[in-house]
Design a binder for this molecule. Structure first.
Ligand SMILES: Nc1ncnc2c1ncn2[C@@H]1O[C@H](COP(=O)(O)OP(=O)(O)OP(=O)(O)O)[C@@H](O)[C@H]1O
Ligand SMILES: [Mg+2]
Length: 419
């Protein structure tokens, strides 16, 4: 009865003041949510977004310390402290930060552990008096009293917990906790995006490794076939040629038809020997294994000119530097792919090739004077030949830079990191 009379007596001015205060608080809350929403939707790195959001909450609540935990891969393993902190005055909470990094929390343990289990925000007025706050027991004075924490959610799954502390004991603020729950869902989207990005990077990495392995297997197969063809088939053909030649010498001159056949067979065996040599050279030039990348390029450019009529100059500026075999193979195969492209697309009459190195990189530059590749073709995801060239170079931390000038030719720079 007495209370009712009191409420009735509230002055209109006080009522207006209260409404004003409520409105002001709501505006403040909605500004915070908007700021966090904008930050969450920006494509900034997680290392920037999360500390920014922790800081926003700290400044909004007027609490000087904020931190974030991530849920371990198996939720039964609890929470893992992160490097994402906000400390108003650096050094102020060193003990608490140290203790935090030394304590991993199981589900249900400590303030964040409770939030992990409930999926709801939580508040402790004085952590030093709380029976379930292990960090308070690890140091004599951890410098914090009140704490609140809220879950970061992807759907209903708690993927992280943010915690905030004040050096004073503070009563719970239900409105603030409700707002923090909303923020937790927004930040969940940031982590979800990061997870998707990590997964995509991981599968890209796997694909790259698979591509590299396939290339290695192809290369091994080529080498093996080249040897078999060269050594075995080549030897058999040489023996046949020799025997034929002996047989032909024994034939009497009075049998011209047989002599003619023997001569034809000799020519055919010569031809077959040349073809075997060519096949084995094309599969894997032994020059590459025996004399290195420079000599292999000399041979390849000569072959190229012989086959296509396109002039090809080569300048080898490697000097004393010796490139290892694996890198040499990569460079050589990309070079072959570049020459194939020139024949097929460039309408060039001349090609200039330069091989050089500087501090950490070996570069093979191939310049033609043809029609010039367009930037659209360079960046086209369907240019699988170019993609293969880039993937090969990436295995050695390198890249392939391609530039064309309309009717002014194309330049391909193949860069590979030295070992
Ligand atoms: N030296 C060059 N001069 C002019 N255009 C070029 C040159 N090299 C490549 N191109 C253009 O870039 C495109 C993409 O080259 P890419 O090697 O990826 O594919 P491709 O040669 O057409 O087919 P493949 O997958 O068999 O290699 C070519 O179709 C061609 O139009
Ligand atoms: Mg091609």
């Amino acid at each position: 009865m007495e209370q009712k009379t009191k409420i009735k007596k509230k002055s209109p001015a006080r009522k207006i003041q209260e409404t004003n205060d409520r409105l002001k608080a709501e505006i403040k809350y909605s500004r915070l949510i908007k700021t966090i929403a904008v930050a969450s939707n920006e494509t900034r790195a997680i290392e920037e977004t999360l500390p920014f959001c922790i800081r926003q909450v700290c400044e909004f609540a007027g609490w000087p310390l904020g931190h974030m935990y991530l849920t371990a891969e198996h939720p039964s393993e609890g929470l893992i402290p992160t490097k994402f902190w906000y400390v108003e005055e650096p050094g102020q909470f060193d003990t608490f930060q140290k203790v935090t990094h030394e304590t991993s929390l199981e589900a249900g343990v400590g303030l964040p552990g409770r939030v992990l289990v409930s999926g709801e925000p939580a508040w402790i007025i004085d952590v030093t008096k709380d029976p379930n706050f292990p960090r308070a027991k690890l140091a004599r004075d951890i410098g914090v009293k009140a704490g609140f924490a809220f879950p970061i959610l992807i759907g209903t799954k708690v993927v992280g917990v943010m915690e905030f502390f004040s050096p004073k004991a503070v009563e719970p603020d239900p409105q603030m906790l409700a707002i923090m729950a909303q923020i937790g869902t927004q930040l969940g989207r940031v982590l979800e995006r990061k997870q998707a990005q990590d997964e995509s990077e991981h599968s890209q990495d796997q694909l790259r490794k698979l591509y590299h392995r396939l290339e290695q297997v192809r290369e091994e197969e080529r080498t093996r076939t080249a040897r078999e063809v060269h050594d075995h088939l080549g030897q058999v053909l040489t023996t046949i040629k020799l025997e034929l030649s002996l047989l032909s010498n024994k034939l009497l001159d009075n049998n011209p038809a047989v002599k003619k056949s023997a001569k034809q067979l000799l020519e055919m065996s010569d031809d077959a020997i040349q073809t075997v040599k060519k096949i084995s050279m094309d599969l894997r030039p032994p020059i590459l294994d025996d004399l290195g990348i420079g000599e292999a390029i000399v041979w390849q450019t000569m072959e190229f000119t012989r086959r296509t009529g396109i002039q090809c100059k080569f300048e080898d500026d490697l000097g004393d530097f010796e490139l290892d075999l694996e890198r040499s193979i990569t460079l050589f195969r990309i070079f072959q792919e570049t020459l194939t492209n020139i024949v097929r697309h460039a309408k060039a009459t001349e090609v200039c090739v330069t091989l050089y190195h500087n501090d950490g990189t070996v570069t093979l530059k191939v310049q033609d004077n043809g029609c010039g590749i367009s930037s659209r073709q360079v960046s086209n995801v369907r240019s699988l030949g170019l993609l293969g060239m880039r993937e090969r170079a990436m295995v050695w931390g390198g890249n392939v830079l391609i530039r064309g000038i309309p009717n002014g030719g194309t330049t391909v720079n193949i860069n590979i990191q030295k070992g």
